[in-house]
Every structure is written in C-alpha cells, then in structure tokens.
Ligand binder design. Sequence first.
Ligand code: GLY
Ligand code: MN
Ligand code: MN
Length: 436
Amino acid sequence: MSLSVIFRQHIALRQKSTEQALRECRFDALVIGAGELQYYAEDDAAVSHRSYHHFNHWCPLSGENHLLVIRPGQKPELCAYIPDDYWHEHADLEDAFWLAEFNITSFGNVEALWQHIAKVRDGIYIGPDKARAEAAGLKTDAANLLPRLNWERSFKSEYEVKCVERATRRAATGHVAAREAFFAGGSELDIHHAYMRAIRQIDRQLPYETIVCLNEKAAVLHYHKKRDKTRLGKTFLLDAGVRYKGYACDITRSYAADAAPAEFRNLLGGMNKLQQNLCGLIKPGLSFEHLHAQAHLDIAALLLDHGVLRSVSKEQAVERGLSQVFFPHGLGHMLGIHVHDVAGKQVDRTGTLPTPQAKHKTLRASRILDAGNLLTVEPGVYFIDMLLKPQRSGEHAACFNWPLIDTLMPCGGIRIEDNVLVTRSGQRNITRAFLP
Ligand code: GLY
Ligand code: MN
Ligand code: MN
C-alpha cells in the first residue's frame, strides 16, 4: 500500500484516540507545537532542530515553529511557519504524500501564527514553547493528557512500521559497509565514514550519534569518539541507526577479526544465539521485565559455559549481582520517534506506573507487551574495568576467572541489538529482515 494510504489510516487513528483523550481530560482542542529554534549560549548558532515528538507523531513536516490544531470532528489544521528568508531554506509544502490530511495555512512570522492560535478556545498546548502558549490563552498543564498520548504512541500504525522498515533498510547498508571497513583494518573514523557514505545521510539526520568501537572501547556503552590512529582492530562494536520521517531504527552488531582471542569469538557466537532466542520469546502478554530477568539468567549461563564465571549456579550468579557486572544496562526499550521512546513503564493509558516500582532500575521498558509495541532487544556482555575492579577483592572474587577476564578485557565487549515488533501471534524481527 502507498505511503499516502497508510498515512491517512495513521491520521484517522490519531484523530480517534486524541478525541477520546480530549474528552477524558475535558479539553476542546489540542495544540501541538513543533518548537522554536534553540541557540547555543550567547551565540547566533542554532542547535540542530528536531520537531517536538508528538508533532512528529501527527506530521512529518520538518522545521521550527509550526503548530497543529486538533479539534473533535474536524480535519487537523496545520499552521506552517514559512517566512521570507534568504538565509535559510524553509518548509516545502509541494507534493508531499501527507498534505491531503491537513487544512494548511502558511504564516510568514511567528507573531502572526500565535495570534491565529489565540483564537482557539479551551485548548491545551503541548510542546516546548509553553510561555508563548500561555500568552495566547492556552492551557499548558497536560499532566493527565500526556500519558494518554504517550500510551497511543506505543502502538505503531502500519505507517509507522513502514517508516521504521525504511530506516532499517538504509541502516543495513551502512552496517554492511561498516563491517567491510572493519575487516579491511579501518580506524573508527574510517568506519564511521563508511557507514555515513552508505546510508547517504549527514550526521545531524541520524537518530543518535554512531557508536563505533574498536577493541577495549566496546566496553564504553555510549562511546562517541572516533579514533583515527587505532587501526586493524581485533574486535568491533557498531551501534548505529537511521531516521526516516522522524522514526528511528537502533541496531547494534559486534564482530571479531581472526586475530581476536578464540575465547572472545566463541563468546560472540554464544551471544548471537542467546539474543535470537530472546527475540523469539516475544509475544503479547509477556512482561518485558520478565524477559530482562531471563536475559540475566541466560547471560549468567553463557558466562559459566565459557568459563568466565565459575563455582556458582546461574541463579546464584544473578542473585549475587555477578551477571549485572557484565550486563549493566536494560535489555531494551520502546522505539519510535524517540530512540528511547515514551511509555515504556506505563501500566495503562492514564499513566499508572508499576507498584511496587520495577526492581530493575536500568530497564527503560517493563510493560506487559501487546501487539503493535516496538522494542529493541539488546543483550550485552562487557568487560568494564570500573565494574570488575571492586569484584577482584570482593566476597565473590573466587567466582570470576580472572586470567580469562584479563585476556578478554582488551576486546571490550559485545552487544547485539535488533528491533522487534510485537504481533498478534508473536513477533516480527524488523532488523533481521534487512540485516540477517
Ligand atoms: N543506541 C542507543 C541504545 O541502544 O539504546
Ligand atoms: Mn537501543
Ligand atoms: Mn543502540
């Protein structure tokens, strides 16, 4: 189906669920701001602009200051900011697949735009420009409304899944090119450039800065430097995505060259199987927090199988926090417009959080899964000096195979990350369809 057809369905869903949310929260209209430009302190250079996420949920138009007005029973109104400006290029409203879903008015300056918005009665504003909204007579306390809108965000429409698939197709070409650059002996900078050339984008279009790690840097979870001097890496971790119409994919792969220790290559093979197994368990009704707990047990078993841990059962290794030393982050998170998308911990549409609070503090998603949820599954095993050091003299020191750990430290670590859509019958791994 064409993008315009599934976009129309997407907007129909937004309209219906937003009307319900407005009714429940007793507002007559919803105004969503794309957000103003932000500037570096005392500078005339602006920070690269991203539309406010709920604006993007309705409309893929990029650029600052636009406003959307959603009213029950009416076609959404897009107030587009298109000034006369010979310094910058602004929104182009020609031929876009989504135009037909909005009544569009263009405004040449921000004041005129907000004067128009001031006519909206009993409206609630969401977005970054609250002071302007209040000056225009809008309400800005959306504490009841936002959890409802966030909840809807966690059920992807066909249009949204298509956007993530298109992002993934591009990212897969980048991952393949990056892998080739690694095996050719390239530096982190070379590999980053290989990725960017393949996806045919510039850095500010990325959903997040690429994480390109050779060797020991794979132990820095969000490592952003791009060393140019280190080449001929023995191990390689790439966490890199693409954005399409505001929707992100978030993909990690780990590799080992022939020169890497055999113990690391074996561990990598085991992690691949472990990760695929976890992805395959996803289905409606499963608690993601439970899957995270399962990942800890699986990782403990893997570390025992490969002789990294010893003299404990996998259950004891988890209970004593030993798996946490190697896997110190959450198994995954909701994915969408935000890379770490909204509503991962909500129990229901009103925003109830789990009680007692989820015990896995690093976990960004703890929900019972349902069809339409899109999540990452990204187990990892890292050799992080900061976390290992206290264990060397701790009460469980004898459970660690220190000589083997010292052999593996220069390899950094392993993370494997796919994006998985929960379906009615189970799951669909969107990443593996493009990057087997
Ligand atoms: N790329 C960031 C993350 O995996 O969460
Ligand atoms: Mn992720
Ligand atoms: Mn990632």
